[in-house]
Every structure is written in C-alpha cells, then in structure tokens.
Design a protein around this ligand. Structure first.
Ligand code: URA
Length: 237
C-alpha cells in the first residue's frame, strides 16, 4: 500500500494534506524520513511515525459515547454544539459521524464511526435493530400502556408503530420505565408516550442491538469500542 494512502486512511487528512505533511519531513518509516507518498508500505511490518507519534494502521474507528444533554447528534452546525465537537482531535481526524440521532435533550448510548457500511446496516429499517431506552414519565404508566405499545400506537401523523416492549420499573405520579423499539422515527419514544396521553421527562438510550451503554462512562465521556463490542454490533447484520 502507498504511504500517502495509509496515512490518509489513518486519519491524517486528505491525500493533499498528507502530501504537504510528507514534504515537511514529519514522517519516518523504519527510522528514516520519507517524503515520497508513492513509497510502498507493508502496513503490518513497517514502523511509521508522524512527528514521533506511532501510526497504528486502521481505516475505521468505532466510538461509544454517553451523550450529554445540550449537544446535537450531528457532525457540524453553525449554532449548536455537536457530539463530534466533544471528541479528541486524534479521533476527529477519522471524520466519525453519529449512527442515528438522539434528541438534544436525550442522553445515553451513541455510536460514532466512519464506517458507513456498518452505520447503514444498523439504521436500515428492514434490519429492525432494537434500541432500548430508560425513561422517566410524567404520570402513572400502567398495564394498558404496556398492551398498547405491544400492539402499536398511532403517532400524531397517523403512523402506527411496530410492536414495542414496555416494562414498568416503578409507577407513581412519575413512572420509571424501559422501552425497546425497533424503529427510529423522529422523537419516536416521546411521541409514543404522547399517543397514550403521557409525557417523557427524561430519556436515556441504554442499548443498541446487543451493545449496552458502559455505565462507567459519565455524561459526555466516550471511548473506543473493544473488539468484543464491535463483534456484538456487527452481529446485528
Ligand atoms: N425517541 C425520542 O423521542 N427521542 C430520542 O432521542 C430517541 C428516541
């Protein structure tokens, strides 16, 4: 593989950016400065450093974030802070994007990746990837709501939702619940509760497919997926 391709794939910018960087003498291959992007590299055995930083060859990154409130699930926005803005430069270099959307006031599990194929697989409606949420609901959620969610509720635009599993953790003037849905309509969970006359006060995604949110991650924190977690996510396909 060409050196410039390897560096570009590793998140060091476009081929043009990489060409400029090579010219400055920032890149060493097996201990020697190399300036020619056409140089053929063995990605497994050659040792590459950029400004003294070891380049671990990989094309894709997979990040789990515990999304905080107040940021939008986008890569850039003129006015709002985006989830990608929370990432360290070493990860932003790979140009990750969020897999699906959580509302600005929703917290919890968000996957960010630059693997378009995996993102597509996880979001394709026909794949019916399950998303599990924890929520606080104003009012008493009851067995009637559980049955309604199981049957499918009619949203404000007339859409009938696919069966969803609702479990009540505690119920009073404010109820705590978990709900699993296999779709991703705009504001879906909030609109499903609206359909049964109730209001979501707090919403947190806790699972996507077989992947659960790492509860060690505080709001706004993130980390790369482990190989096991990536395998779990890929098993959704
Ligand atoms: N459903 C919602 O209403 N909001 C979210 O952020 C996710 C699911």
């Amino acid at each position: 593989m060409r050196l410039d391709k390897l560096l570009a794939n590793s998140g060091y910018g476009s081929r043009t950016d990489v060409k400029k960087m090579l010219k400055t003498g920032a890149v060493e291959v097996n201990g020697q400065v190399k300036k020619d992007g056409k140089l053929q590299i063995d990605p497994v055995n050659d040792q590459i450093y950029v400004l003294g930083e070891y380049v671990e060859y990989r094309e894709n990154i997979y990040i789990m974030m515990n999304k905080p409130k107040g940021v939008i699930s986008a890569t850039e926005d003129l006015r709002e802070k985006c989830v990608v803005d929370l990432l360290d430069d070493s990860l932003r270099r790979f140009e990750p994007f969020p897999v699906g959307r959580l509302d600005k006031d929703t917290v919890g599990l968000l996957i960010l990746t630059n693997d378009g194929k995996l993102a597509h697989e996880l979001l394709a409606p026909k794949k019916k990837v399950a998303k599990r949420y924890w929520a606080k609901i104003e009012g008493l959620v009851n067995e009637e709501d559980v049955r309604a969610f199981e049957k499918g509720v009619v949203l404000d635009d007339g859409y009938v939702t696919k069966p969803a599993q609702l479990s009540i953790i505690s119920g009073d003037s404010v109820s705590e619940i978990e709900v699993t849905i296999v779709e991703g309509k705009f504001h879906q969970v909030k609109r499903m509760f609206q359909a049964v006359g109730k209001r979501v006060l707090e919403l947190k995604r806790i699972q996507m497919g077989a992947l659960s949110l790492d509860e060690q991650l505080k709001l706004g924190e993130y980390r790369e997926l482990t190989n096991e977690e990536l395998t779990l996510l890929q098993s959704q396909k």
